[in-house]
Structure formats: C-alpha cells, structure tokens
Write a protein that binds this ligand. Structure first.
Ligand code: 5AD
Ligand code: SF4
Length: 469
C-alpha cells in the first residue's frame, strides 16, 4: 500500500498561505459529495473543504451515486458517532462498486484519531485527512488519481483557514456558521477533541468581520460564531488585542439587522464583560450554551472542568442578573467514572436550579487516549448510565416545556427562515432565545425578514402564533 507522506506544503511556517497548485483544468466539473457528522464545527469545516475544492474546479452534488469524490466529515466524540460513520461507509461501497474511479475520503476527528489505521480497517477508503490538513486535499486527490492511497493528519498550531471564504452548503441563505477559532486546550478528561483538533488558536478578527459582512451583504441575517471555547478567543495585531467580548461587538456593529449567535461558552471563562456586551446589543441573541457536564463538584474535578458547582451557579446568577431574559442550554454526561447515585442527584438539582431551556444529554462513552480512559475505570454499568440519562431527559422535557410556556402571550421578534416542515401555509423561524416559532404566512413577509409574532400557545418543542403589526 502506498501512503503519501505529507509534503512541504505542510511545513508549519507555511500554514495560512494559500496553497498554489499548477493550474490545470482536469478537475473541472468533477463532482464532490460531502457529508458531515457531529458538531457545527464539522459542518463549517465541510464548507471550507468545498471552497478549497471549488477553487480547483470541483462542483458539489447532493447525490453521492453521481459523485466523483465522496467525503465524510467525521466525529469521534462518542463511540456511537464513530459507529454511524462506519455504517455509512458500507453504504458508499455500493456506489464505488459501480464507479471504481470514485475517490472516498474520511475527514475530521475520526481521521485524526485513527490516522493510517483507517486505510487498513476500511479497504474502501482512499484518503484520510485531519482537520488541519484540508488545504492539502487537491494534492491528495491527485495522488489517489495516480493510484495511491493518501494520508495527511498533521495538526498545526497556526492553521485557521482565515483566508478561505467558505462555500455555503445546504444553505437557506439566512443563517451561517462562522468559525472563529480551532482546537481546544482544556483537556476535559472525557474528551477526545484536544487530541483530534489540536491546540487552540484564534482566527484573525478582521477576517471574521469581513466574512460576516460578506454574508450580510448577500442577504444572510444570522451568523453563529463557532469555537470549542469561544470565551478564550484572543487575537492581536501590532495595535490592538481583541478578546471575545470585543469580537462580539465588532460583529454586532456590522448591522442591527444581523443576528449574532455563538457557541460554545465555557463556565470557567465566560466573563461579565461578555455578558454586558450581550446585554448592550439587541442583535446579539440572548442565548448562551453553557455546558455543565455534571452538577457535582467531585465529578467536575475528575472531569478536569476546572470549576465546581458553586462557581457554575454563580455564573448562572451573573447571566440572570446582567441579561434578565436569557435562554441557557447545556450539555450533560451521565454515568461518568465512579459517579454515585447522590452525585447524579446533584446534576438533577442543578437542572432544577438553572431551569435550562434546552439540553444535549449523553451517557458517558469512554474514548481511547483521553485522560479519563488512562486514569479511571469506566465503572458505571451501561444500564445505570441509561437510567440516569432517562431521568435527566425527563427533567429536561419538563423544564423545556416550562420555559417555552413562558413565551406564550408575548410578542417575539422572529427571523423568518422558510416554510414550516408541515405546511407551506405557515412560516417558521426562531426568536432570539433560539425557540422555534410557527405562524401563518402573511403577505409582505418573506424568509430573511423579521416579524413580530404574538405567541398564542406552544407544543413541547414549538411556539405557535401569528404576525402582529
Ligand atoms: N462521552 C459522552 N459525552 C461526551 N461529550 C464529550 N465527550 C464525551 C464522552 N466521552 C459531550 C460533552 C460535550 C459535548 C459536545 O459532548 O457533553 O460538551
Ligand atoms: Fe472537549 Fe472540554 Fe474542549 Fe469542550 S472544552 S472540546 S469538552 S476538552
């Protein structure tokens, strides 16, 4: 088997430069199909990949059977995310059987975690490319065209793809993700991300503002600024230092008509300055995703989250004080190593305290190579993890409903995103707290515009109302 050794273009000192290949038209019209799993960052990365390949003549397609290149952008965060990707690869085998010239590539976190092992395990796969090596894709595809199999999983300390203007995939032309930083330095003990996405680095603030301005000029009305830990964003040039609060302000100032969202905030790093900035600008959405993971201080310590229960509660109090009408969502893991019933109850009481609007809830899944995998036994039996997860989910369903009901009777500013899933007589969109709102289509209102909607009732997941002048 031929493996490609990454070439000089991956010299760290050259990261950030555009990769210039000899111009040739041989890729013109070749079709790229790209599918993303896992977090929003992966969806955003796929748009960067599409842009790098569009520069080389590739067009995107939504039908993998007609594709010349199939890429699957993978997630390693839990074992079941990886299982899903393996199953999907089996489905691609049929398409490749019919078109032997087809290139199949694995991108993202699983590529980084498994490296060339992937090629041994999955005979179908031709290319394995980690999250910092996407500029090398045109080269790697060329190698595959020449009959080799290729790997580039070098991580970088500098790569932010700052200069790349992402091609928007499956876009409604209204909301877009904008990556503001990459990697993570936190080393939460359960998490594989620091190993798959490398060291934390922040993107040039002006390239972020330029990208958001470009989106606004093309009619987009909502940007979500993405990073594993946005509160540790920091970027400087000779004259200024830009922290996350400053960046939020810079983006918010593009236009009051541009909504600004962001994810993910870290409880140890979210500052009052960020909260005051959110409070100051109407177009920065009153919505904070603040993963708690556990409500118990001993477990938080084992998780290496570097805050405890009291600290987290204080940050929630600060949000409530500074932004009185703010939605908060979270991530929760049940059955982390050595978690007792009592400690699990602390997570439930934390949920009572915060009354989260939404939550993403998971059973602990041990990931090879993480600190927890090395240090602690994964000793909570699966059925106990599942019971605890069920309790957490049940509590969240109650809380989500209570939170949604609080909107009933209010007039909410909704950004219209399109027709509702169920009927083209109804529009759907979100209020600034990220709640989905459905209301009858009314003349004079189009997707991409804001509407004031009187919320008349709600289901367990949706607000229902009508436009008021
Ligand atoms: N097991 C279960 N959930 C995990 N997460 C991250 N790693 C794991 C793991 N090993 C969850 C965390 C994180 C979210 C993105 O995924 O809650 O915030
Ligand atoms: Fe993983 Fe923790 Fe970094 Fe989030 S902050 S990506 S959970 S290491």
């Amino acid at each position: 088997m031929d493996l490609l050794i990454p070439d000089k273009t991956h010299d760290e000192s050259r990261q950030g430069e555009a990769l210039v290949l000899e111009p040739n038209g041989k890729n013109n019209g070749r079709k790229l199909y790209i599918e993303s799993y896992g977090c929003a960052m992966n969806f955003s990365d796929s748009e960067i990949v599409a842009s790098i390949l569009a520069d080389k003549g590739f067009e995107t397609t939504s039908d993998y059977n007609n594709a010349d290149v199939i890429f699957i952008n993978t997630c390693s965060i839990r074992e079941n995310a990886e299982t899903r990707v393996r199953n999907r690869l089996k489905e691609f085998a049929g398409a490749k059987g019919k078109n032997p010239g087809m290139v199949v590539g694995v991108l993202g976190c699983m590529a980084e975690r498994l490296k060339s092992k992937f090629l041994e395990e999955e005979k179908l796969v031709d290319v394995v490319v980690g999250p910092d090596a996407y500029r090398d894709l045109p080269n790697l595809i060329e190698r595959v065209d020449e009959g080799q199999r290729a790997v580039n999983v070098l991580l970088s300390r500098e790569e932010t793809y700052a200069d790349i203007n992402p091609v928007r995939l499956n876009s409604n032309g209204i909301n877009a993700f904008v990556s503001i930083m990459r990697g993570c330095d936190n080393m939460c003990s359960f998490c594989v991300v620091p190993f798959t996405r490398g060291r934390e680095r922040s993107r040039d603030a002006y390239s972020i503002v330029a990208e958001c301005q470009g989106l606004f000029d093309r009619g987009y009305r909502e940007v979500t600024l993405l990073g594993q830990n946005v509160d540790s964003y920091k970027w400087s040039n000779e004259v200024e230092h830009v922290n996350f609060a400053n960046l939020l302000e810079m983006v918010a100032l593009i236009s009051p008509e541009l909504r600004v969202r962001f994810s993910t905030s870290h409880p140890k790093d979210i500052t009052d300055e960020v909260l005051y900035t959110i409070a100051k600008y109407d177009n920065i959405c009153n919505y904070i995703h603040l993963p708690v993971q556990s409500g118990n201080s001993r477990i938080l310590d084992l998780m290496n989250r570097t805050y405890d229960r009291d600290w987290y509660m204080e940050r929630v109090d600060a949000i409530r004080r500074i932004i009185p009408d703010c939605a908060i969502s979270t991530d929760i893991i049940t059955g982390f190593c050595t978690e007792t019933e009592e400690e699990h109850n602390d997570t439930l009481t934390m949920m009572d305290y915060v009354q989260y609007d939404y939550a993403y809830m998971f059973m602990y899944s041990e990931r090879p190579g993480t600190l927890a995998a090395k240090r602690y036994a994964d000793d909570i039996p699966e059925p106990i993890k599942a019971i605890r997860l069920k309790q957490v989910v049940a509590k969240q369903q109650q809380n989500s409903y209570v939170r949604l009901q609080q909107h009933v009777g209010r007039i909410e500013k909704v950004l219209i995103e399109g027709f509702s899933k169920k009927s083209d007589q109804d529009y759907c969109g979100r209020n600034d707290k990220n709640a989905m709102v459905v209301f009858p289509v009314q003349e004079g209102y189009k997707p991409g515009q804001y509407a004031n909607v009187l919320v008349e009732r709600c289901t367990t997941a949706t607000l229902i109302g009508k436009i008021v002048a």
